[in-house]
Design a binder for this molecule. Structure first.
Ligand SMILES: C[S@@+](CC[C@H](N)C(=O)[O-])C[C@H]1O[C@@H](n2cnc3c(N)ncnc32)[C@H](O)[C@@H]1O
Length: 222
């Protein structure tokens, strides 16, 4: 990837004015869209592969490079990387670490299946989700999506990273609204960028962009 990517531009200058009411609606009205068979099959395969070790979920893992790293760095954990793009996942050639499973699935269903099964995560990574920076696209951002309250039920140390500051601010605001406490966010320091965790992080870093994250430990709350 070339290092000339741009920071998302948006008419939004801060947290979307309708985010609070949208999250409240999603908390009031459970999301009932039927789960598709192919997502259930991918979920069953992932659960069959899981060896019972503490679970790391790399949500929208793209090529899976970040989950290979996570699995190698945490041999006492099991990592599942989920992405909807077969093309991206299939760039992961060669043998995967034994404590890693890659699943091609839509997270909107995969997250709900995890919650339905009562699975509690150790760590939950959302690295560089598609930002959907247009004002009218709020509901496409994870925190504006009807599935969002389910993420809190999965527990774990949840971490969202983005090159769009407003995305991370909104994520912190929305997650705080779901769990009922204020949540902060931060600009990532240079030490975090020494070894980029994913292809998108590398691209943004090499383009000299500031990067942001929200990290919350939900392990005791879950
Ligand atoms: C900007 S890329 C980031 C990929 C990777 N996390 C990284 O940092 O390099 C966003 C990824 O989200 C995936 N994605 C978007 N919506 C998804 C969904 N509903 N379910 C699963 N994956 C999704 C896309 O296929 C894409 O690979």
């Amino acid at each position: 990837m070339r290092a000339n990517s741009r920071i998302p531009t948006s008419a939004q200058t801060g947290i979307h004015e309708r985010l609070g009411e949208l999250v409240d609606r999603h908390l009031r009205e459970p999301f009932r869209k039927p789960i598709l068979d192919y997502n259930r099959a991918a979920f069953d395969a992932a659960m069959a592969a899981w060896n019972g070790q503490p679970l790391i979920l790399d949500a929208a893992c793209g090529t899976g490079a970040s989950c290979v790293l996570l699995a190698q760095q945490h041999p006492a954990c099991f990592a599942i990387g989920v992405d909807q793009s077969e093309a991206r996942l299939s760039t992961q050639k060669g043998e995967l670490p034994p404590n890693l499973h890659l699943a091609r699935a839509d997270l909107v269903d995969f997250w709900r299946l995890l919650a339905e099964r009562g699975v509690k995560l150790e760590r939950h990574c959302l690295f560089y989700p598609n930002p959907w920076p247009k004002i009218g696209h709020l509901a496409r951002r994870w925190h504006g999506h009807a599935v969002f309250p389910v993420l809190a039920r999965l527990g774990g140390r949840i971490e969202c990273r983005s090159n769009w500051r407003i995305y991370v601010e909104e994520f912190a605001f929305a997650l705080g609204r779901v769990i009922g406490r204020d949540i902060g966010w931060e600009t990532m320091g240079p030490e975090a960028l020494d070894a980029p965790v994913s292809p998108f992080e590398r691209k943004y870093r090499d383009s000299g962009q500031p990067l942001y994250r929200c990290v919350v430990d939900l392990r005791s709350a879950a």
